[in-house]
Design a protein around this ligand. Sequence first.
Ligand code: ZN
Length: 289
Amino acid sequence: MPELPEVEGVVRQIRPVAIGKKIEDVFVSDTIRLSKTGGKEAVLKKVEADSFIDRLKGSQIVSVERRSKYIYFGLRKDGEFLLVNHLGMSGAWFYVGSLMAIPEDKFRKHVHVVLTLSDGNLLAYSDIRRFGEMRVLNEEGDYPPLLLMAPEPFDENALQHFLDMSESTKYRNKPIKEVIMDGQVISGAGNIYATEALFRMKIHPNRAAHRISRKRRAELFQAIVDILLESIEAGGSTISDYRNINGESGGMQNRFAMYGKKQCMTCGSVTKTLKIGGRTSVFCPTCQK
Ligand SMILES: [Zn+2]
């Protein structure tokens, strides 16, 4: 599943090719249309395919921003509005001259939304498992969960927010791993980066938040920020279906010290796993206390 660094990578690549361009045409796949008539809402949320097309067609892309793991396309046509996209498990954007130019068959076969830009190129959204989301919003608050997201981890107020939240009655008795993976506490630190940060800090993932001193929690927060930045630098990590808009994989997975490891690189112990907050947590029983 793409986490913050992967989404940041996609946004940085889409921005220069999309900003200032007009969306001349919009395509929505039959699979998405059929899921609507079947009562399911694959990818397009709370909007019919035809109204989605009407709304986007003829608009200009004025901004492309990342907020947590969401991509916000700022669009202008009569007023300004937003296309908000979450990549889900396997969403990927491709900037190509034609759909045939999408590098891998598995992505080419699952293109569900295509924006034809005024430069003649396509921004094609492929989603193999269709857990991604697209919403058309007049403003962020039209989808209230967006307003509950923690500050961006690189914002000045993010550390204070994390410290306050991890001391609150809602979170203080929960395992620290569950706390840092909660998007209302820290934005964008999913299973991969939480696992890596806890290993780097030698903190057991199941330790209750209140049993870690404020100073150590502040250091843990910094470790998460460092790892997110390192991963952005490495082009994100590719666990299964993440690709950047040119179809390339990231390189961060080669730098993991704990995620997906059977043996601790530091002490050689066999790693253990625990289910925490519904996710499998890998940790070293010797190094992490
Ligand atoms: Zn170890």
